[in-house]
Write a protein that binds this ligand. Structure first.
Ligand code: ZN
Length: 507
């Protein structure tokens, strides 16, 4: 029986209405967060923190109202077919509710206030390369992360608990072999590229390209792929992100560099991938778990699919390079092959979001190890810079010149997102595995990309991933879509092929 054709039980409808009301309040909080990163003058930070605290506390009170618990229990009893979308929705609401009720409201409020103030402190500290000014906030955030994890898992306070905020079902024990394989395979691949006598001309990316023209090109490119600007925006922020405030309101941000246009270009494409996922979630389930992305690792797979696997490919630029040249006259006499090699350069670097595909995951290994040690208490947060620099040298082989290009570069720990970084690696693995499955079905993908037809690829993602929201748990979704459990091998095969293509002796 298909629940879509039977009238839905009243208990389910009442639960959905109550849940959507809580989501609406959450959306107000998201708007405050977006505004803080895009518009807020620095002196407004303390008042914004009070606003965020109020909304977070209220939303928590509404979400953990025993009446919601009663409605979930009633919906569980009302005979929804076990494999229906509605049953999956109730399962996810049960999971969210049971987690939320374990966290006391004062802790939720303290986290909201501290994260809001810490992000403002981080913005200043990063700008002024002043780690000591940020250190007390880092201490506070890790101590809050510990209290939060202890509340959730009855005192154990494990890192797995934090991972589960972002990736349902993930454990450090399952993560370690995946990251271990990357740790072993990536450095030799990076060395292979570095040893090659071939090297791209990076000057191509450092040509004059005014910010307004970059933004116009980014808008042209993302619209052509399928991002809907009637339900979206593109703005600037210190750290690029994508935030969906609600239906018809998905906002992307990017950051422009005066030196190199590649950073804004690929940040925008990355956030667009998140935005396409958000715009592809089922409208009828908005405000419920089925109207949300499956997990951070799956969300990252959607951004990285477009950023790395599509927008670094020769077929993609066969279509877009002439448009880029029209938008940036300084590239008028550049050759497509030279541009492709320049954007695909493999070279160890300091900034995670500018890293190439081969060395990127080394940045994640670094952060995952450091946050686990700060979370467990093995590494006092005030000692982060020295430890960051030492491990960065071991992993990437470079000496970090200053904290702005080291431990202050990312926003995550300032907003208390501890346990998030590993989902970037999962995103890379998922993206490569998903791309392999997509190419097996959309056989002429490169020909389509080269003529600017992105709709078959996007439709495939919509059908296989976007439309399901949180209906399947992340590991199940990946298995359903690709026929395999998550593996590092498709990513490593893609990277080996790429290094051979650009740096191999035969070229
Ligand atoms: Zn992302």
């Amino acid at each position: 029986m298909n629940a879509a054709h039977a009238p839905l039980p009243a208990a389910y409808a009442v639960l959905i209405a109550a849940w959507k009301r809580v989501s609406l309040l959450g959306a107000v909080g998201k708007l405050l967060g977006w505004d803080q990163e895009v518009n807020l003058p620095p002196a407004g930070a303390p008042h914004r923190a009070e606003q965020q605290t109020l909304i977070a506390g209220l939303a928590h009170e509404w979400r953990t109202d025993p009446k919601i618990g009663d409605l979930i229990a009633a919906a569980e009893r009302c005979g929804l077919p076990p494999d229906s979308a509605e049953a999956a929705c109730v399962r996810e609401m049960r999971r969210d509710y049971d987690r939320a009720v374990k966290v006391p409201r004062p802790l939720v409020e303290e986290m909201a206030r501290t994260h809001s103030l810490a992000v403002a402190a981080w913005q200043e500290a990063r700008k002024k390369n002043n780690f000591p000014a940020f250190a007390p906030w880092l201490e506070k955030n890790f101590s809050l992360a510990r209290r939060y994890a202890e509340a959730l898992d009855d005192g154990a306070g494990s890192y797995d608990t934090l991972l589960n905020d972002y990736e349902q079902g993930l454990t450090a024990a399952a993560l370690d072999p995946l990251l271990g394989r990357l740790r072993e395979a990536l450095p030799p691949l990076a060395r292979e590229a570095m040893r090659s006598r071939r090297s791209p001309n990076q000057d191509l990316l450092n040509v004059p390209f005014p910010k307004e023209a970059q933004a116009a090109f980014a808008r042209d490119l993302t619209s052509a792929i399928g991002f809907d600007f009637t339900g979206g925006r593109l703005d600037e922020s210190a750290h690029p992100f994508c935030s969906t405030i609600g239906p018809g309101d998905t906002r992307l941000t990017t950051r422009y560099s005066g030196r190199n246009f590649k950073e804004a270009l690929y940040s925008t494409i990355h956030e667009m991938g998140h935005g396409l996922y958000e715009q592809g979630l089922p409208p009828e389930h908005r405000g419920t778990p089925l109207g949300e992305g499956c997990s951070s690792g799956v969300h990252e797979s959607q951004s990285l699919f477009w950023e790395n696997l599509i927008a670094h490919s020769p077929a993609f630029w066969a279509f877009f390079f002439p448009r880029l040249q029209a938008a940036c006259p300084a590239l008028a006499s550049a050759r497509l092959d030279d541009f492709l090699f320049a954007v695909n350069k493999v070279e160890p670097s300091f900034i995670r979001i500018q890293a190439d595909e081969v060395t990127y995951n080394l940045h994640i290994l670094l952060r995952t190890g450091l946050e686990r040690d700060m979370f467990s208490g093995r590494l006092p947060p005030r000692d982060l810079p020295g430890e960051w620099n030492r491990r960065f040298h071991d992993l990437v082989g470079l000496d970090v010149p200053d904290d702005a290009q080291g431990c202050l570069q990312d926003i995550h720990w300032s907003v208390g997102a501890v346990g998030y970084f590993p989902t970037y690696s999962l995103g890379h693995l998922n993206a490569a595995q998903i791309e392999t499955a997509l190419r097996a079905e959309v056989r002429d993908l490169d020909r389509l990309l080269a003529r600017g037809d992105f709709s078959p690829a996007l439709a495939w993602l919509r059908r296989n991933i976007h439309q399901h929201g949180r209906r399947y748990e992340p590991a199940d979704l990946v298995r359903r879509v690709t026929g395999q459990p998550l593996s590092p091998e498709p990513l490593l095969a893609h990277l080996r092929e790429k290094v051979r293509f650009y740096y191999g002796a035969g070229r």
